[in-house]
Design a protein around this ligand. Structure first.
Ligand SMILES: [Fe+2]
Ligand SMILES: [Fe+2]
Length: 326
C-alpha cells in the first residue's frame, strides 16, 4: 500500500487481460469459466482453490480512477448527490477493507490465495480513490479521515470484512438498479460506478468460496473453531448493521465499532428511501434477489454463491407487505 491514502499504486500482480472488463455502458462482462478444469469440483480441493482464485485474478478490470471523466451535473443533481449522508463512511469503509485485506494477504502462506487477496485489497483501495476523486470533483465536504488501524487478527477482520461485503452488496445491487432506473443519478454517473459494483460481486463470490474452502480443509476441531470465528464475525457485523440502520440520519460516522472502525455495514439498506423512489419493501427484496442472480450469472457456475442474505430475505419475504401493484 502506498503511503498516500488517495494515490493508487500499480496492481500488485499481473492480473487479468482486461477481457472480462466492463467496456462502458451497463452490460455485464462476458461469462468467465475455468476451462482447464472440467467436470464437477469438490469444495476444499486444489481445483476448487484454483477456480475461485483464478476467477478473481482473471476477471480483473484494469481501469484507472485518474482517467475517469466525471460528468457535469446540474444543480439539482448536485444537491441530491450532496444530500446523501454516507460518503465519508463509504470512503472509510473502503479504506478499512483495503487495510484488512492487505493484512490478510500478508498472513497467507498459500501463494495463489495470497495473490488473490492482495488484488482484492488493491481493488478496495481503488474504490476508495474513486470515491475520494468523486467527492473532490463535486465539492462534497467530508469529515477528516481517521487514521486507519492495521488489524491485530488478520483472519478475524478478513471474516468481518467479507461478511460485511456480503450483507452490503446484497442491498447495494438492488439500490444501484433503483438509482439507475429512477434517474436519481444521471446515467453518466451511474456508468462510472458500474465496474465498482460488479467488483463487489466478484469479491463476495471469492469470499464465499474462500471460507467454504478453509472450513473444508480443517479437521473436525479446526472446522468448529473456524465456524465459531465466522459466527462471531457475523454477529459483530449484524450488531454494527443495526447500529447504522438506527444512525443513518445522525451525524456522520456514528457507527464506528468498539475498535474504532467505521464498519463494513450496510448503510445501503437503510438508505433505500434516500434514492427518492417509492418502492415497497417486498418489491425491493425481489429486485435485490434478481440483481444478485444477474450479477453472479457471469462467473463459472461451479463456484459457490453467497447464500446467507438471499436465504434470509427469501424466508422473510412472505411476511413482508404485499407484492407491488403491477
Ligand atoms: Fe469496495
Ligand atoms: Fe469489495
Amino acid at each position: 500500500m502506498s503511503a498516500s491514502p488517495h494515490v493508487l499504486e500499480d496492481p500488485p500482480v499481473a492480473a487479468g487481460t482486461g477481457r472480462f472488463a466492463i467496456r462502458g455502458g451497463f452490460d455485464l462482462p462476458p461469462l468467465w469459466t475455468l476451462d482447464e478444469i472440467s467436470g464437477p469440483i469438490r469444495v476444499g480441493s486444489e481445483e476448487h482453490k484454483q477456480l475461485f482464485c483464478r476467477m478473481l485474478l482473471d476477471t480483473f478490470n484494469p481501469y484507472r480512477p485518474a482517467v475517469i471523466a466525471w460528468p457535469r451535473l446540474t444543480e439539482p443533481e448536485l444537491a441530491r448527490l450532496r444530500s446523501l449522508p454516507f460518503w465519508d463512511m463509504a470512503i472509510e469503509t473502503e479504506g478499512n477493507a483495503s487495510l484488512r485485506m492487505q493484512a490478510m494477504s500478508e498472513s497467507c502462506s498459500d501463494p495463489i490465495i495470497r495473490e488473490a487477496i492482495a488484488l482484492n485489497a488493491y481493488e478496495e483501495k481503488r474504490h476508495k480513490v474513486v470515491l475520494h476523486d468523486m467527492v473532490s470533483f463535486y465539492g462534497i465536504e467530508l469529515a477528516p479521515e481517521p487514521a486507519y488501524l492495521r488489524p491485530s487478527d488478520p483472519q478475524y477482520f478478513f471474516l468481518r470484512t467479507g461478511i460485511g461485503e456480503c450483507l452490503d452488496s446484497f442491498f447495494a445491487f438492488g439500490l444501484f438498479s433503483l438509482a439507475k432506473s429512477s434517474g436519481f443519478f444521471p446515467p453518466a454517473l451511474v456508468e462510472v460506478f458500474e465496474p465498482v459494483i460488479q467488483e463487489e460481486a466478484r469479491h463476495i463470490i471469492f469470499f464465499a468460496n474462500w471460507q467454504a474452502f478453509e472450513a473444508a480443509r480443517c479437521g473436525p476441531i479446526g472446522w468448529a473453531r473456524f465456524r465459531a470465528r465466522w459466527l462471531r464475525a457475523l454477529l459483530a457485523q449484524a450488531r454494527s448493521r443495526l447500529k447504522v440502520a438506527k444512525s443513518v440520519d445522525k451525524p456522520r460516522l456514528a457507527s464506528r465499532d468498539t475498535a474504532g472502525y467505521a464498519d463494513q455495514t450496510n448503510f445501503t439498506a437503510a438508505s433505500r428511501e434516500k434514492v427518492g423512489v417509492a418502492i415497497k419493501p417486498r418489491a425491493f427484496m425481489d429486485l435485490c434477489l434478481a440483481e444478485n442472480d444477474r450479477r453472479f450469472a457471469v462467473y463459472d457456475p461451479r463456484l459457490l454463491r453467497p447464500t446467507l442474505m438471499p436465504a434470509l430475505v427469501r424466508a422473510a419475504r412472505p411476511f413482508v407487505g404485499r407484492p407491488a401493484a403491477a
